[in-house]
Design a protein around this ligand. Structure first.
Ligand code: HEM
Length: 216
């Protein structure tokens, strides 16, 4: 099924916008230059954890959108496989780094549990997607990949909600622990409803019960 171009273009712009932000903020600037002083001190105390997280996560966010192209899968399946392996390696490295950094996250226990839970489900859904495709369970693989990428997209939503909450006059310290959950739980719900065929309509027998891809 072909979906409208505009949401797909927006998806690419948002993903590569955050990739660009991370590349500049963590590739060119001194560590923690663009975050508050408490977060900066945490990052400087755990440079391996934060850089491991960001490098793995940037790989995942850069490659993830490409994988939903039905055209790429149809014409260049070997490329899809290699991008997929690299994406999941990024998820594994970024997820372990994220889980470690969640222990020190700004915003207290609510934020720490929010990011920690996100890391665990990110790693889990990635592992399920991988084991599904090793068993050649294509529909299952696609469904777990949709969930996994919805979680990768948390990086985008976090950086949409935080400026939006600041614009709405909400204090950073109030918004941050809430956004640690808000950046990923709704993504998973939308992924299930819109792309994994759990919108209440019954799937045709033998189908995955879902849209075949985001893009044709
Ligand atoms: C989806 C699972 C993810 C988890 C569990 C996670 C977790 C975390 C945690 C705990 C921190 C430290 C926050 C703090 O100290 O308060 C952090 C920071 C950061 N993460 Fe992630 N993250 C994830 C995805 C991503 C992705 C996909 C990117 C891609 C760019 C990313 C980029 C960053 C960056 C750049 C920072 C530094 C803060 C900033 O400059 O905005 N993360 N992440």
């Amino acid at each position: 099924m072909t979906v409208a171009r505009a949401p797909v273009i927006l998806l690419y712009l948002l993903c590569y916008g955050i990739v660009g932000y991370a590349a500049i903020a963590y590739g060119l600037l001194p560590l923690g230059q663009l975050v508050n002083s408490t977060m900066q001190a945490t990052y400087r105390a755990h440079p391996v954890g934060i850089y491991t997280h960001i490098v793995g996560a940037v790989v995942a966010l850069s490659l993830g959108p490409l994988q939903f192209s039905a055209r790429l899968r149809a014409r260049r399946i070997a490329l899809h496989r290699w991008i997929g392996r690299t994406y999941l390696t990024g998820v594994a490295i970024g997820g372990l780094g994220g889980l470690y950094m969640a222990c020190f996250a700004y915003g207290g226990p609510v934020a720490r549990f929010g990011f920690g839970a996100l890391a665990v489900v990110w790693l889990y859904t990635g592992a399920r997607a991988y084991t599904a495709i090793r068993r050649r369970a294509f529909d299952l693989h696609r469904a777990w990949m949709v969930r996994n990428f919805a979680l990768t997209f948390a990086a985008v939503m976090l950086r949409v909600y935080m400026p939006a909450s600041a614009a709405a006059g909400i204090d950073f310290d109030v918004a941050y622990p809430i956004v640690a959950w808000l950046c990923w739980v709704p993504n998973l719900i939308v992924a299930e409803l819109a792309f994994n065929g759990h919108s209440g309509k019954r799937a045709a027998p033998g189908s995955s019960g879902s849209r075949s891809a985001f893009v044709k």
